[in-house]
Design a protein around this ligand. Structure first.
Ligand code: CO
Ligand code: ZN
Length: 330
């Protein structure tokens, strides 16, 4: 595991719609590894590797996608006493962020906390939260409405586990970069797409896929687990191998892609899990719907506490997922 790379990937800010800085980091990494690089109008980074031509010199076009953007907050209002109100960029649950911290583009650190509520029997929503940046009046806050902030959650290794903010989906970006690094002479043309705005609209994946017009598309993203106290029923556990998606809240994986990933895992003798995620979806949902339709699926990294500042993945799951993907595309 290249922890130095994962450190850069997880800690560089890049909420949906504000991916410039993280794209810069990824651009540096993939430039020496790709035959061609371009940035699409909505900001997705496409690194292309030419195939050697599989059938009679004809290569198929394949997309591997991971999203660069991360969840965060956006300032909606600065109160007279200098406290900030905010909305979520991506899906936030208030209870996962009380006592957490956010960092704004100018470096300002904010503490997220919750108003006193006389009736505390209901769980709070985002409207009950505010950010304390240490200001005592509105004029002291050096930024205002529309400013994005990212959660603070340093990368930490504990045994086989890696804990950080933004594992969703910088671990997918890590995986794509490592596959690109280890890939030799692929039979097909492969487009490594680092997408924008997955957490909001899936728009980066949708538009990049339209332009590429692929024969097949695979998203690499995190998925939930069913191995924590009173979790939703789910057959995926941390550390039991990468998960191959059957279904999530937005799509059913195309059988061709699902079976291709299963065959790859079996060929490489890598343990895998079958994933049915009850809520949420990935870039694969958008990619399957472009043009006349694209067979699409998803290779998932099991992850605990998704969309919190302490998302946990297992090192073996990540390393095995790299091998499954390499086997599937070569
Ligand atoms: Co997400
Ligand atoms: Zn994601």
């Amino acid at each position: 595991m290249n922890l130095e790379l994962l450190q850069k990937l997880t800690q560089t800010p890049g909420t949906s719609g504000y991916e410039d800085e993280i794209r810069g980091v990824i651009y540096q990494e993939v430039t020496p590894l790709a035959d061609e690089i371009r940035i699409d109008p909505l900001g997705s980074l496409v690194a292309y590797r030419k195939g050697r031509g599989a059938n009679n010199g004809h290569s198929k076009k394949m997309i591997l996608a991971a999203h660069m953007d991360e969840i965060g907050v956006m300032v909606t209002h600065v109160e007279e006493k200098g406290y900030l109100r905010f909305t979520g960029i991506g899906g936030l649950r208030a209870i996962h962020h009380i006592g957490g911290r956010v960092r704004f583009p100018d470096g300002t650190l904010g503490v997220i906390y919750v108003e006193h509520r006389d009736d505390a029997t209901q769980s709070p929503n985002l409207n009950h939260l505010y950010v304390d940046v240490g200001a005592t009046k509105r004029e002291e806050v050096p930024f205002g409405v529309g400013t994005p902030g990212v959660f603070v959650g340093p990368l930490f290794q504990q045994g086989n586990h890696l804990i950080s903010k933004a594992m969703d989906d910088r671990i997918g970006c890590y995986l794509l970069i490592e596959v690109l690094r280890q890939l030799k002479n692929p039979p097909h043309d492969i487009f490594f797409v680092f997408t924008t705005q997955e957490e909001i609209t899936l728009s980066g994946a949708r538009t990049s896929a339209y332009r590429i017009d692929p024969d097949i598309a695979i998203a690499v993203d995190v998925t939930g687990t069913g191995d924590t106290p009173k979790s939703l029923p789910m057959d995926v556990k941390l550390g039991q191998g990468p998960a191959i998606k059957i279904k999530d809240g937005g799509m059913i994986a195309h059988p061709q892609v699902r079976d291709m990933l299963i065959a790859a895992a079996e060929k490489a003798s890598i343990p895998y899990q079958l994933e049915i995620l009850l809520g949420g979806t990935t870039d694969a949902m958008a990619m399957q719907l472009v043009r006349a339709g694209v067979p699409s699926g998803c290779l998932s990294i099991p992850c605990r506490y998704i969309h919190s500042p302490s998302e946990i993945v297992d090192i073996a799951d990540v390393e095995q997922a790299i091998q499954v993907l390499l086997t599937a595309i070569t």
